[in-house]
Structures are given as C-alpha cells and as structure tokens.
Design a protein around this ligand. Structure first.
Ligand SMILES: Cc1cc2nc3c(=O)[nH]c(=O)nc-3n(C[C@H](O)[C@H](O)[C@H](O)COP(=O)(O)OP(=O)(O)OC[C@H]3O[C@@H](n4cnc5c(N)ncnc54)[C@H](O)[C@@H]3O)c2cc1C
Length: 462
C-alpha cells in the first residue's frame, strides 16, 4: 500500500501525529487502529487502493470515512485500510445557483460556508461536523426537511467509485438502479466521491436558540408542544431534548426552535408566545434571529465540546408525538441518569419537523421504507468512564426498543429502524422492509464480493 503511485497520502502507525489525527472520530468508541489510512486527493487515487486491498491474501478490510460522525465503528478498521475522504471536501455552487456539488468527504459546515456567502440554502444537517457522505446515504433529515424533504429527495446526481474500480456518474437517467440504491441504502454500493443537490432560496434570517424548563414540568411542556403542533407550518421546527446541563445537572427539558424565513423576528415571537406565557415559564430563554444555517449549525458547539467523548447513538422513528410514549422515555432517562454520575450526560432528542413533505415520496421510490408522515428521535448514551460504557449502550438499546414497541402499540404501525441511527446489529428487514430484496439484487450487481463489508451490511444474493 505504501508504494502505490497515487497523489494522496498513505498513513501508517509510523506516521505519528498525522495518523493519530486521522483516526479521530466524533465518538472515541468509533476509533479502531487501522493498518493504513489513505487520504485520496483525486477520485483516481481510489481504484488502486481498492485493487491493492482486495488482491492481498486474505484481502484487507476496507472502511470508508466521510465526516466520522457515526457512533458505531463503520468508518474505521481494525488492521485494515481506511479510505479517508477528508481531503475531498470541495463545494461548488453552480453558476445558475440551482445546484451545488459537494465532495464526499465534506462536512455540512463546509457546505454552509458557501451557502451562507451566496445566500442560498440546501437540505443538510443541523450540526456542522456531520459528514455529507454518511448523512446523505442514510436519508438525511434536516431543519429544511419540512419544506423540502430529505437530503436524498434533493439529490440530483452523484459520482461513485464502484467495487471494481470504475468511476461512474449516477442520476435518474444514468445508472438509475445505483441512484435508487444510494438514496438510503448507505455506503453499501460504492464510495460517493461527490453529490449534486438542489439549491433553494435563502432560508434566513432564522429564529433560533434555546428555551429550558425544569424536568418536573414535563406534562405541561408536552401540552404546549401538542397544541403548537396543530398549527405547525413546514418552516417551523422544534427539537425537544431531555438533558442535564451544567453547572446544576438537574433534569431539564430543552426546546430548540428553528423558524425559517423570519425577516424581522415577529413570526418567531408569535410562535413562541405559548411557550413563554403558558402555564409553565422557561427558566432559560435565549432565542433570537440568526442569519443562516452556518450559525445554526454551530449553536451546540460549547455543549458538545464539554460532553464526554464516549458516545453511542441509536434512534428511530415515531408516527406522532404521543404523550404516553414521551413520558415513558422521560421516566426511563431520568432513572438512568440519576443512577450513575458517569452517564448523566446521556440525553434524548425528539425532532419535530413537519413530516408531510417527506411523505410525498413513495415507500418504494428510495430504499427508505417509511414514507408515511413520521418524526425521528435519537438517544445519546454518554459515559465519563470506560466502566459505564456498557450501561450507556444498554440504555440506548432499551430506549429505542421501548419507543418502537410503544409507537407500534399506539399507532398500529411498526416503523422498524432508521438506517442512519442504527448500530449494525438490527435485522435488515426491520430497516428496509419490502425494499430489502431489491437492495440485495443491486448489492449482487454492484458489489457481489462484499468489498464494502463495513456499515449496515446488505448481503448479496447467493
Ligand atoms: C451529533 C449527531 C447529530 C446528528 N444529527 C442528524 C440529523 O439531524 N439528521 C440526520 O439525518 N442524521 C443525523 N446524524 C446521523 C448522521 O447523519 C450519521 O451518523 C452519518 O452516518 C454521519 O455521516 P459521516 O459521513 O459523518 O459518517 P462516517 O462516520 O464517516 O460514516 C458513516 C457511514 O457512512 C459511510 N460513508 C460516509 N461517507 C461516505 C461516502 N462519501 N461514500 C460512501 N460511504 C460513506 C461510512 O463508510 C460509514 O459506513 C447525527 C449524528 C450525530 C453524531
């Protein structure tokens, strides 16, 4: 591998800081000691790496790293080669400002640097450090999804390096099967070296910030949210978080609003009025107008920097904001974070983006099986010490199982799991439903030998 004639760098444990830095992931639990880390700078650097790894006996495992945000070890390898796309992070807005091409190793922050300057917008992550690659291939929910759907619904084309080394363009006209598979099938069909997305008019100014209520007021807060939801428009979204913020670490309900296209802040004020003047008043109220998604995407930086770096995330979908389900999760979270100081930074998030736009796409039109209106939730198990990592893992698994079962009981729909927030040990039929057979056929067509063996693995047909 060290002797490959490519323009990018090949790092090994002997490369010192450059190697150690390249191993870093958003969660310390996602780090594995790779034998080689290759950082391509050209798309043509990648096929020789694949050829070299697959020609060894036994073949070297290949992992692909986009932004490194996923909390499993999908973008890392123990003793294999990591194709680290971090140097492929260019973002190019088309001259007509109708589309934007983003290389597969960019962070959403790289995209927002450009969209902020050019006063345009694109469906992307609420947090700057999430990678465009993994996020998009898993579907991609974001603050603009209420208006414009998921990231994959806004994907116009992509360039993929296939397992056999070919570099192909894919869109609804070129390699359409591949285009279908990458819009929610994960990194199982090739390396996405670039994506071209639809661009929208500027979504700013944006009403954004934070309101917090004591956890003891959960029932009242849920009532305010449930009432607000009846009049929700596609341009307004809340996330509701259960967390224990420093310095008091008391159970707290943190509400993060995002109100798009609010020229003078008056719409944000109107929407928030019941949250301020209802039966319960916030103990913290810091909401204002910010210019754009770049600013929104940095809002949580300080809190995240202070949090323990051992993180495991799981999540799933819910059909509605059922108070009984939310209260059940709250009670479980409260008991867990009270039981052990090591894990008190563990948190739960419910995303309340208007779900109707995502339901305009059919459930067989992309690999994502759930296209009836739904919301997503995530549970972050964080641990200060190695001793409590297992407890944090069990907690995340317990919460998502509870949510899935309770949602099925209350809605009559079993939504299974959402790929992006899986850990890899879920049943594939629970993730892809009736889309699984087509995904398996396409895996057989594009990667019969499972060169892409990391991530949520789809088995080729035998
Ligand atoms: C704090 C936090 C908040 C999040 N919020 C949201 C949210 O609001 N909405 C949402 O939809 N998701 C959200 N996610 C989930 C996130 O989208 C996934 O974890 C996603 O996989 C991260 O992408 P990445 O490129 O950073 O990941 P990585 O860890 O680099 O990769 C994850 C997987 O994708 C593959 N992959 C990455 N890039 C490529 C590529 N270019 N080509 C082929 N395969 C690739 C990797 O091989 C790996 O299997 C959040 C995650 C975190 C940690």
């Amino acid at each position: 591998m060290e002797n490959l004639s490519i323009q990018g760098q090949v790092l090994t444990p002997q490369s010192g800081d450059a190697y150690t830095t390249a191993l870093r992931r958003n969660s310390d639990l996602s780090v594995l000691p790779a034998k080689y880390i290759v950082q391509p700078v050209l798309y043509e650097d990648i096929p020789p790496v694949i050829a070299c790894a697959t020609s060894q006996s036994p073949p070297l495992e290949i992992a692909v790293k986009g932004g490194g945000a996923h909390s499993a070890t999908w973008a890392s390898s123990n003793g294999g080669v990591v194709i680290d796309l971090s140097k492929l992070n260019k973002v190019t807005l088309a001259a007509d400002k109708q589309s934007i091409t983003v290389q597969g190793g960019a962070y959403w922050g790289d995209v927002y640097e450009v969209t902020s300057k050019e006063k345009v917008d694109v469906v992307g992550s609420p947090l700057w450090f999430v990678g465009v690659g993994g996020y998009t291939l898993g579907g991609g929910h974001g603050p603009l999804s209420g208006e414009h759907g998921l990231a994959v619904d806004n994907l116009l084309s992509a360039t993929i390096v296939l397992a056999d080394g070919r570099i192909v363009k894919t869109s609804s006209d070129e390699e359409p099967d591949l285009f279908w598979a990458i819009r929610g099938g994960g990194g199982q069909f090739g390396i996405a070296v670039d994506f071209t997305f639809k661009v929208y008019p500027y979504a700013g100014p944006i009403g954004a910030g934070m309101m917090a209520y004591p956890g003891s007021e959960i029932a009242q807060v849920l009532k305010i949210i449930t009432d607000w939801k009846k009049t929700q428009t596609p341009t307004e979204r809340f996330t509701m978080n259960f967390s224990r913020p420093a310095p008091h670490f008391k159970p707290t309900i943190v509400i993060l609003p995002t109100v798009l296209h609010d020229q003078d802040g008056s719409r944000t004020q109107k929407i928030l009025a019941p949250f301020r003047e209802g039966a319960v008043k916030p103990v913290l109220d810091k909401v204002g107008l910010v210019p754009d998604m770049l600013t929104v995407s940095h809002a949580a930086d300080a809190a995240i920097a202070a949090a323990p770096r051992s993180l495991v995330i799981r999540g799933t979908l819910i059909s509605d904001f059922f108070p009984e389900l939310l209260l059940g999760v709250y009670e479980k979270w409260l008991a867990f974070t009270e039981s052990n100081e090591d894990v008190r930074a563990s948190a739960v998030l419910f995303d309340l983006t208007s779900p109707h736009k995502l339901a305009e796409i059919g459930s067989a039109d992309t690999p994502l099986k759930n296209r009836e209106p739904n919301y997503w939730m995530a549970v972050q198990g964080r641990s200060k010490t190695d001793a409590s990592v297992e407890a944090a893992r069990e907690f995340t698994a317990d919460i998502v199982s509870f949510v899935r079962e309770k949602n099925a009981e209350l809605s009559g729909q079993d939504l299974g799991w959402w790929l992006t927030l899986c850990q890899g040990n879920e049943k594939p039929e629970d993730v892809f439903g009736t889309n699984l057979p087509r995904l398996r056929e396409l895996k057989t067509k594009y990667d019969p030998k499972k060169v892409w063996s990391k991530g949520f693995v789809i088995e080729p047909l035998v």
